[in-house]
Design a protein around this ligand. Structure first.
Ligand code: CUA
Length: 143
C-alpha cells in the first residue's frame, strides 16, 4: 500500500518537473539546448551570416577563454549557437537571454536565441574549470 503511494507521488513529482520544463521553454520563451552530432568543423570558431537577421555562431570554449570572445550582430537577429570545448567541461551563460549550456569536449550543444534589444550581452563560463574560470567571459554587441 505504501509502495503504491510512493509510486504515485513520485509519478506526480516527475510530471510536475516535466511541465515545469515545458512551461519554461514555451511561456517564458527560454530555448532548450539540443545536442548536435559531433563534427570537426564545429571546433573552429566562426560567425556566419546565413541571412538577414539570421546567424550561426560556432563557439569554442577552452581554458580560459571563448572563441570568438567578441561578437557583433544587428538587433533583432536570431542566432544559432553551436558550442563545444577543446579541453574540459565549461559553461556558457547569457543572463539576459536565459541561455545556459554546457561546453563538453567531443560534443556539440546547440541553442537558438533572438537578440531583440540593442546592448552588450555578456556571456560567462558558469562551470568551474580551474584557476582562470572567473576570467572566462565574452560579449555580444547588439546594435
Ligand atoms: Cu570555463 Cu569556468
Amino acid at each position: 500500500k505504501y509502495e503504491l503511494r510512493a509510486i504515485i507521488s513520485s509519478g506526480v513529482l516527475l510530471s510536475l518537473f516535466f511541465f515545469a520544463v515545458l512551461y519554461n521553454s514555451y511561456s517564458r520563451k527560454i530555448d532548450m539546448p539540443t545536442c548536435v552530432p559531433f563534427e570537426k568543423t564545429f571546433e573552429k570558431s566562426a560567425v556566419k551570416k546565413i541571412d538577414d537577421g539570421l546567424y550561426e555562431i560556432y563557439l569554442v570554449a577552452h581554458m580560459w577563454t571563448f572563441d570568438p570572445e567578441e561578437i557583433e550582430i544587428p538587433a533583432g537577429s536570431t542566432v544559432d549557437f553551436y558550442l563545444t570545448s577543446k579541453d574540459i567541461v565549461h559553461g556558457f551563460h547569457i543572463n539576459e537571454e536565459g541561455v545556459n549550456m554546457m561546453a563538453v569536449p567531443g560534443t556539440i550543444n546547440k541553442i537558438t536565441t533572438k537578440f531583440e534589444e540593442e546592448g552588450t550581452y555578456r556571456f560567462v563560463c558558469n562551470e568551474f574549470c580551474g584557476t582562470g574560470h572567473q576570467n572566462m567571459m565574452g560579449k555580444i554587441i547588439v546594435k
